[in-house]
Design a protein around this ligand. Sequence first.
Ligand code: ADP
Ligand code: MG
Length: 253
Amino acid sequence: MTAHDLLELRRVSRHFGSFRALDEVDLTVRRSARHAIIGPNGAGKSTLFGLISGTLATTGGTILVDGQDVTRLSVERRVGLGVATTFQHSSLFMRETVLENVLLAVLRRAGRGFGGWRSVRGRTAAIEQARTLLERVGLPTRHDVRAAALSHGERRQLEVAVALATEPRLLLLDEPAAGMSPAETARLTELIAALPDEVTVLLIEHDLDMVFGLADTVTVMHLGRHLKTGSPDEVRSSGEVQDAYLGTTGVTS
Ligand code: ADP
Ligand code: MG
């Protein structure tokens, strides 16, 4: 690990009984990277995100964020260290409004920093920040709509706003474009590309146009193993990778 690396996985494993969903995976993610993870279904991609975010415990290996061992830390502690995740299955509060969903995340992050929700100043600042985030993800006119009433694409946008509310240094996106229209995917790609350098992005995605349009680094996984990491060009032209994934396997989620 060098000072340039924000995330490092050392021989990280997750076994379920005798099944090796992830087996001794080494991976480093450079600070400010736009790093994509691809691989067929069952490769272990979502499991990997569970281990990094802390929703799932490792059965072996070490995970470092900015040089700090987080392997045994709770999800909350990792969020505090700047690790934010949008999951493959939505984690929004469906009965709350768009603005409320973002506000909850803003307040969770700010704690007493705003002088508390009870103070008018605190409330105003939190609402202001939530509004800014919703503008940034392209939902400036949907504040008062319940999350349940959003389109699929809008929900993913809202999830990104919720994740950004925690002021992450590492943003984990698990198939954010799944089920999106081409126009929604394009908008999301733009939004991710426009994130500031301080936010390192690790992205699982089946939409290879999005992957190759956005990523500076691509990791290919297959059957719980780390197959290859390289530039988008290196990965595209790797025969090994095409056999495992690009050529022979259907790209479905
Ligand atoms: P991907 O996201 O690459 O499609 P996953 O990480 O979701 O793959 O799953 C990797 C493998 O681990 C799959 O074969 C899946 O069935 C298995 N797996 C995931 N979670 C569990 C679990 N809780 N118990 C048993 N097997 C699991
Ligand atoms: Mg998955």
